[in-house]
Design a protein around this ligand. Structure first.
Ligand code: CUA
Length: 345
């Protein structure tokens, strides 16, 4: 009979092992609701990492099986038994010492060479890559398209099949841009510029997440890359460059415009042709084509008019630490403001 303490410890170990296996299985299978799967590359840069991951994984698996196997064999064959003599001691055996120094060194070197190659390849953008800028804020990503004079947020729209070179920086603390289907993680550092190569082979939506703890709402700092065909991309650029519609007076949207202009929104948010403000360190997402995004407030939620109204009613409640304050809007003001924002297509 096993003593109760040992039994409960064994039980706990088994539970931990089961949990580990379950979590491991989730990440390998890639359940449909887990868009942040780094084992399902959708572009050449993520593939480059994947092609490095699997050989290293199998080498590590081989080493694990060999070493653990040897430990098990030694533990069974040389276990303590009655009348058993002490096994032959091998301490100070030069041949063995050299052997088990050289083999791991050779394995590490064979992993290091392709790893460094990949790291350098992924650090420099290719020639002719389409330039974008990504700026980290607490807690949302801003996107600029310098060639097209476009500023937007939350959703990075890119042409599929073309390399995009993102110059990244941060306006406040260190963030990290991670869209696992398209590339690995890269820091956004205040006062520095880092480069990230992104490319999606096929049109689609690729989710990302800030991957560096950056304050209270770090976990709600999401990102989305929407890859579209070249034709759709040209249309998108043209739509972004166009001014938004101005709502008519006397409509809910018209009343919402008054709320936008008079209740504090213009301190941080720009809408082209309506209140052009200088985009500085302390600003909120550009709202000129707010409805194009399909997500709100740092992509933490999908767009719906109800989600938008909940957000407008009390942002810091939805996103702890949010710099967008509770403006104390009445329900009527919230309804009107939502009606106005819905015209910003
Ligand atoms: Cu930004 Cu975490």
């Amino acid at each position: 009979m096993m003593p109760p303490v040992a039994r409960s410890r064994l039980l706990r170990l088994l539970q931990l092992a089961a949990l580990g296996l379950t979590l491991g299985a989730c990440s390998v299978i890639g359940i449909p609701d887990s868009p942040l799967n780094s084992l399902d590359p959708k572009g050449p840069f993520a593939e480059r990492i994947d092609n490095l991951f699997w050989p290293v994984f199998w080498i590590a698996t081989g080493v694990f099986v060999l070493v653990e196997g040897a430990v098990l064999v030694a533990a069974i064959v040389f276990r303590d038994r009655k009348d058993r003599k002490e096994p032959r001691q091998i301490h100070g055996n030069n041949k063995l010492e050299i052997l088990w120094t050289v083999i791991p060194a050779a394995i590490l070197a064979s992993i290091a060479v392709p790893t460094f190659q990949a790291v350098f390849e992924l650090t420099e953008c290719g020639e002719g890559a389409y330039p974008v800028e990504i700026i980290g804020h607490q807690w949302w990503f801003e996107y600029r398209y310098p060639a097209e004079s476009i500023e937007t947020a939350n959703v990075l729209v890119i042409p599929a099949g073309r390399e995009v070179c993102a110059s990244m920086t941060s306006e406040d603390v260190i963030h990290n841009y991670w869209v696992p289907a398209l590339n690995g993680k890269r820091y956004l550092v205040p006062g520095q510029t880092t480069l990230l190569r992104l490319q999606a082979d096929e049109p689609g939506v690729y989710w990302g997440q800030c991957a560096e703890f950056c304050g209270l709402s770090h976990s709600l700092m999401r990102a989305q890359v929407r890859a579209v065909t070249e034709a759709e991309f040209s249309d998108w650029v043209a739509a972004q460059q166009a001014p938004p519609a101005t709502p008519a007076e006397g409509t809910p949207a018209g009343a919402g415009l008054e709320v936008f202009l008079n209740r504090g929104c213009t301190q941080c948010h720009n809408i082209d042709t309506i209140n052009e403000i200088e985009q500085g360190a302390f600003n909120g997402p550009d709202l000129t084509h707010f409805m194009d995004r399909g997500v709100i407030a740092g992509a933490y939620k999908e767009y719906s008019v109800d989600n938008l109204k909940t957000w407008l009613a009390n942002p810091p409640k939805e996103k702890p630490g949010s710099y967008m304050p509770n403006l104390g809007l009445t329900q009527q003001e919230i309804d009107d403001l939502a009606a106005f924002l819905e015209t910003l297509t």
